[in-house]
Design a protein around this ligand. Structure first.
Ligand SMILES: Cc1cc2nc3c(=O)[nH]c(=O)nc-3n(C[C@H](O)[C@H](O)[C@H](O)COP(=O)(O)OP(=O)(O)OC[C@H]3O[C@@H](n4cnc5c(N)ncnc54)[C@H](O)[C@@H]3O)c2cc1C
Length: 406
């Protein structure tokens, strides 16, 4: 790999997951031939193949539409028309719905899409737009006065700004000496795709069970994705069961509302952590996505938070580059951090609080929280507010989340 020693990229992005690819595509689309953007990832273009699905909130969908990939993703995505929230025991005969959300006439609550589909569509878009793509990792960097050199394999790419989109175990974050705050949850999330007899009609369900939330998220056809939280030990024990026993445990939680369970993909258990970087920026470096924050998957917001970072950072970079200014200068990076800090803290701590409040079986606490859920259910204005908050486009949202071009 050889980068001309005279070439200075506007931005080098380390990491070709959803966050890195979306940022590179947004920048190149807005700035065109006037900008040199490079993306580097040792697994660039590889398919994860883990059947991981994510809920794409309306703000994220608008960003993906603006960047020209939504049509491709939508053809294989499932709209969520309705969401029901229950609170009860695994073996309760009935699980009354305490809170429900319904789509408004103009848009579904969210769409379920496979991560691999989102990554593939964004990667193709980056290639079509002319983003430089390198299948190798960023192993380090050297900061110069006006630029930063990213070490990629045995070469070096010079840029005005390096973006760490290299996931939860971000090497760039560590190299920049940015500490994280957070903790490991005593829970793991069992993730699998279920085939069932009846149509889900686009209804998602979140069952707050004593061990943690059990989410049923509709996929195209008669299939649903489940995110099943259990204590780490129980999750490991469940995965070691033979297929028939595992299915029995699953049925108790999934219930037979959608008829018999017809197929179950190989389940995986993912350890759950809460991690937020103390800073989202360092000299000539910005972090986005899981490199900056990893949140509980309870409300399906990790990828959406990542795309909110992307929308904010892209807007800050594009404004600077169009004025002929340096996108990596300290003032611009501080503005990006200010734009994201509050949203990340509020969303991630909100999810943590919900998880703590609901992952237990204390009678009095359950009665109080159920009363709270029912109160919210009877307050249409508050429900609308919650839907808008989850959509990621309230208040002074970045333009891409509102469906406006940069
Ligand atoms: C069980 C579960 C369910 C979830 N469900 C949802 C949901 O419904 N909705 C939602 O919004 N979110 C969900 N999430 C969260 C979401 O999947 C993540 O937040 C999102 O994928 C993060 O994207 P990313 O691009 O930041 O990181 P990643 O997808 O981890 O991508 C990082 C990339 O960086 C590359 N890389 C690593 N090191 C280097 C290096 N040194 N140089 C260059 N590249 C490097 C890796 O190869 C990788 O491709 C869920 C997560 C879990 C665990």
């Amino acid at each position: 790999m050889d980068f001309s020693s005279k070439q200075v990229f506007d931005v080098v992005v380390a990491g070709g997951g959803v966050a890195g690819l979306a940022l590179a595509a947004c920048l190149k689309q807005a700035l065109g031939a006037g900008a040199d953007i490079l993306i580097a990832d040792p697994r660039l273009g590889d398919i994860e193949g883990r059947e991981r699905a994510s809920a794409i909130a309306p703000g994220s969908r608008r960003l993906l539409t603006e960047v020209g990939v939504w049509e491709t993703i939508a053809s294989r995505a499932q709209p969520i028309h309705e969401m029901a929230i229950t609170d009860g025991g695994v073996w309760d005969g009935a699980r009354p719905v305490h809170l429900s959300f319904h789509e408004r006439a103009d848009e579904p609550l969210a769409h379920m899409a496979m991560n691999d589909d989102v990554v593939a569509a964004l990667r193709d878009r980056c290639l079509a737009l002319g983003v430089g793509c390198v299948k190798a990792g960023v192993g380090g960097f050297v900061i110069n006065r006006y630029t930063i050199d990213a070490k990629i394999a045995d070469a070096s790419a010079r840029a005005r700004l390096l973006v760490g989109a290299d996931g939860a175990r971000s090497k760039l974050r560590a190299l920049a000496d940015i500490a994280t705050v957070g903790w490991d949850y005593p829970q793991s999330a069992i993730v699998a795709t279920i085939g069932h007899q009846r149509d889900h009609r686009g209804r998602a369900e979140q069952h707050f069970l004593p061990a943690g939330p059990f989410a049923i998220l509709p996929l195209p056809g008669r299939r649903s994705s489940i995110v099943w939280n259990e204590s780490k030990a129980d999750a490991a024990a469940l995965l070691s069961l033979d297929k028939a026993d595992f299915r029995r445990e699953l049925e108790a939680r999934f219930t037979l509302k959608l008829g018999e369970i017809e197929a179950v993909s190989d389940p995986i258990a993912l350890p759950l952590v809460y991690r937020v970087a103390r800073r989202f920026v360092a000299e000539r470096l910005a972090l986005v996505g899981d490199a900056a924050h990893v949140v509980h998957p309870l409300a399906g917001q990790g990828l959406n938070l990542a795309l909110r970072d992307v929308a904010a950072l892209a807007e800050h970079i594009v404004e600077r580059v169009r004025l002929g200014l340096d996108p990596g200068d300290a003032g611009n990076l501080a503005a990006y951090e200010r734009a994201r800090r509050f949203d990340v803290a509020a969303s991630s701590l909100g999810m943590d609080l919900m998880n703590r409040l609901f992952s237990n079986d204390i009678g009095a606490l359950r009665a109080t929280r159920d009363f709270g859920l029912r109160l919210v259910d009877r307050a249409p204005a508050l429900k609308r507010l919650l839907i808008e908050e989850a959509a990621g486009a309230r208040g002074v949202a970045p333009r891409l989340l509102l469906g406006q071009a940069l």
